[in-house]
Structure formats: C-alpha cells, structure tokens
Design a protein around this ligand. Structure first.
Ligand SMILES: *Cc1c(COP(=O)(O)O)cnc(C)c1O
Length: 475
C-alpha cells in the first residue's frame, strides 16, 4: 500500500473508485495482462478495489490511492507474490548434506538432461522398441541395478518406504516378521517400522533386547507362522556400549536353514565402497546380497545421489512376485524418475570419475582446503552486507552426510560463523538475520548453534549466485 495520504486529500466517497472495466483497459494494466493473463489481473484488481471500498467506508481513502497507476502498482505486487512458486531452489548451508526437508541429493547433470528429454514428449517408458509390444518400466534400470549389485533382478517404486511396504505386503501378509528390537527405527516424518509393518498386513515379532540381540533369539522367534525375516539398517542412530547384533551373514544362515527368506532394509544403500574416497565404510548393496540377503531395499536419493525412488534388488523369483502385487501399480515411479535414475546409475559404471560427476559424492569429498579458500572469498562480502552489527568469521565445523547415512561419522568442514557484535539482544538479532537470509531470492538456510548463525560451506557450490544476491540482504 502507498504511504498514508495527506489529510486534505481524504475522499470518503466509494463512487470515486475507478471501475474494474476502466482499470483493465488502462495503460498501467496492459503490461500486467501481458505478463500474468487477464484472469489473474482481474482478480488482483478486484481485490484492490475491494480494499479501497473498505478504506472509503472507514474514511481513510486518499485521492492518490485511486490513481490507476497506484492501483496497478499494488496489483503488480500482489501478482508477483502469487506467481512466486513456494517450491523453490534454496542454498542448503545447514551442515547436513542430504537434508530430507530440503530435498536430499542434488542430482547429476546427466540425470537432469535425461529427465527433461522424457518430460517433453512421448518416450519408450512401457514400450519394447525391439518387438513393438508393451514393455515394463523397470526394464530401463533393472539390468543396471543388477550389474552394480550382483542381484538377479530388481524393481523400482516411489521411495524406500514404499519399497519396504511392498516387500512386506507381498511376502509376509498375515505372517510374522521377526525383527531385532535394536532395529525398530523411526526415520523422521512418521516412518516407523512397527506402523509400516501393520499397514503392510504383517505381524511384527520383536526379537532380543534394545541393545543386544543374538542369533539364538532369532532361532527362538522363528516358527511356522513366520513369513519373512527382516533386518533394518539403523540409519539415524547408533547403540553404543554393551551391544550385540546379528550380522546379515549369520542371520541369512539361520533364516535359510529354516527355508525362509531374509529381507534387509538398507536405508541409504551405497552402491560403492565409500572408503575409496576416504569416507567411512557403509555396507554396500552388493555386500549385503553377497552375505545372503534375498532382497535388499534402499533409497534413490540418499547416498546413491539420484532422484527420489525406492529400489528393491535380489532374487528373481521374489521380484517377480512383487511385480504382480497390485500395490506395485499404486507405488510405481513416473517416467522422469526412471530417466533420472537410469542416468545416475550409468555414472556408477565409471567409478574413477564418479566423484566429479555425481554432485552428492562431490560434496562429500570436497577437500577442506577448498572450503577454507571459499570461506575467505565470501567472508568479506558477507560481512560488508551485514554491516557492523555482526561479525563474520570462517570457523572449523562438522557436516553430516544426512538422511540417516553414517549417523555418527561426520565430515570435517568449514562454516561462516555469524555472531552479533554486542551481546544485548543478540539472540533476537540472529533470529531476524536468519529470516532475512530466508527471504532472499534464493533463500539461504543455515542453523543456529552456540549463539551464532552457522552457514556451512561444504554444500555452497554456486558461489557467484550466493554473492550476487547479498546486495538484497536487509538484516
Ligand atoms: C530413509 C530410510 C527409509 C525411508 O526411505 P525413503 O526413501 O525416505 O522412503 C526406510 N528405511 C531406512 C532404514 C531408511 O534409512
């Protein structure tokens, strides 16, 4: 709204408000109609007229507010606000590389290109080009998944929660599923193993104790009503101290001796040994299958570094049964997911270049020296934009990989630590600064800790865009 009009300017007569029709035909509205379309502009103008009427009735209407230019200006602000998407790119400087609330893995250029290509028009999604007959959308990724994991067969659904639900519903409906008590995980946002189990129609049998589960506990829990035995990767926590758990190999031995199948929910499910890049070792999908798991499920957008998806790999006979479950149809991924996943998996065929081409791995492996140099380059401009109310310094920090991968291990990193210049009211000022950073065209998301706002640099990969928008910062 324009500022308060001068007193002498008051007009209280609503009949002085221009008509919608006149406004729509005004020169000031023309560029708006061009940009936003007639329907949207009509709606915005109507809203403004409504507000003018209210103001007139309350005697607070200024003649200046009625000028078509002023009305168009206010309508433009409204239209801009309505047109801005709420789902937008942000700078994730939280210190969690794969942040679930911020969309997890950044995907590779190759995957983006593949996605755009199939998005534009028709594709061979479920069409066999060799025979001209109907095909299967899994076919575009199944061979690659098998090649990379040693699995006989594989299928893909919308996410790993869907994969787990589908496996349990297919292989253990109305049957018991023993799981170690130490593995009954909740993975943020209402994914709780006992609840999923119930929805899938399977009966959870809790085995062992929270900190210790032995092979003999499983032997005692398995009986004629057992449908499947499950092992869950404890993604986002670790039980330390006096602990015991049954490894995949030992558990597979126990399960197979009784003619049953072992399903492992790996959560993140790395396809390669991260130790190759100096990162902590995570059990890979190939290792887990080699240890005897009959099925393994894992996410597409965690360590794998691809689009949101849930992958199931393992025995061909079990995958075939999963494919015939009607739920599979309900949980299937779209063509863009399949395209992005296939392109991402293809990058794994060349592990030597993986850290260059897979953005998630590139972020995990950025050398600290590079982050130091980056910090020194952006510290000055950020300090200047913040003025003398704040101090900015490059500080040592620790990053999490996130999304439940490697929960305890952290990556050495560097962050910009922002502290208020004076202690009084510092907390409030930091809160306001956080809000101002989130209000930037590309919102910047940091995290508050120890009376400072931390912007972690490991995930800052578009330095130029970050610097360019600092002039807009109004802390
Ligand atoms: C992340 C995770 C899931 C859920 O995967 P989504 O792809 O987010 O649906 C399930 N199980 C485990 C062990 C996980 O870590």
């Amino acid at each position: 709204m324009a500022g308060p009009p001068p007193k002498s300017d008051k007009v209280a007569d609503p009949s002085a408000i221009p008509s919608l029709d006149r406004l729509l035909r005004s020169a000031a509205a023309a560029p708006l109609v061009e940009e936003f379309g007639r329907a949207e502009v009509t709606r915005a103008l109507r809203e403004d007229i409504e507000r003018l009427r209210e103001a007139a009735l309350q005697g607070g209407l200024g003649a200046g507010d009625l000028a078509p230019d002023a009305i168009a200006r206010r309508a433009a602000a409204l239209l801009d606000a309505r047109a801005a998407p709420s789902l937008k790119r942000v700078f994730n400087l939280t210190g969690t590389v794969l942040h679930t609330n911020l969309g997890r893995a950044p995907i590779a250029e190759e995957a983006i290109t593949a996605m755009a290509e199939v998005a534009r028009g028709a594709s061979s999604l479920e069409f066999d080009l060799a025979t001209g007959r109907r095909g299967d959308r899994d076919s575009h990724v199944e061979a690659l998944i098998s090649e990379l994991t040693g699995a006989e067969a594989a299928t893909v659904v919308n996410n790993n929660a869907a994969a787990v639900t589908l496996v349990l519903n297919t292989l253990a409906r109305r049957r018991q599923v023993p799981v170690s008590r130490g593995e009954l995980v909740e993975i943020g946002g209402a994914f709780r193993m006992p609840d999923i189990m119930a929805r899938a129609g399977a009966k959870l049998i809790e085995v062992g104790t929270t900190n210790r589960t032995h092979g003999r506990d499983f032997e005692a829990a398995i009986g004629p009503a057992t449908g499947l035995v499950m092992k869950v990767h404890t993604s986002n926590y670790r039980i330390e101290g006096f602990t015991a758990s049954v490894g995949a190999r030992e558990l597979a031995g126990i399960v197979h001796a009784r003619g049953l199948k072992l399903f492992v929910d790996l959560g993140s499910g790395s396809l390669v040994d991260l130790a190759r890049w100096g990162l902590p070792h995570e059990p890979t999908v190939a290792e887990t299958l080699a240890a005897g798991a009959d099925l393994v499920s894992f996410s597409g957008d965690k360590l794998l570094g691809g689009p949101q998806a849930g992958l199931v790999a393992g025995r061909a006979e079990l995958i075939a049964r999963i494919r015939t479950n009607p739920l599979k149809r309900a949980l299937r991924p779209g063509k863009m997911t399949i395209a992005a996943l296939a392109a991402t998996l293809a990058l794994y065929r060349d592990p030597d270049r993986l850290a260059e081409r897979l953005p998630a791995l590139r972020l995990f492996t950025r050398p600290v020296g590079e982050l130091d140099a980056l910090g020194e380059r952006v510290r000055g401009p950020l300090g200047a934009a913040l003025g003398d109310q704040f101090r900015v310094e490059v500080r040592p920090s620790h990053c999490e990989i996130g999304s439940g991968a490697l929960p305890v291990e952290v990556l050495e990193s560097r962050a910009l630590g922002i502290t208020p210049a004076s202690r009084r009211g510092g907390g409030r000022r930091l809160g306001r600064l956080g809000a101002a950073l989130r209000a930037l065209p590309v919102p910047v998301i940091g995290h508050l800790r120890d009376d400072a706002l931390w912007l972690d640099l490991r995930t800052l990969d578009d330095e130029q865009a970050f610097l360019t928008q600092l002039v807009r910062l109004a802390p």
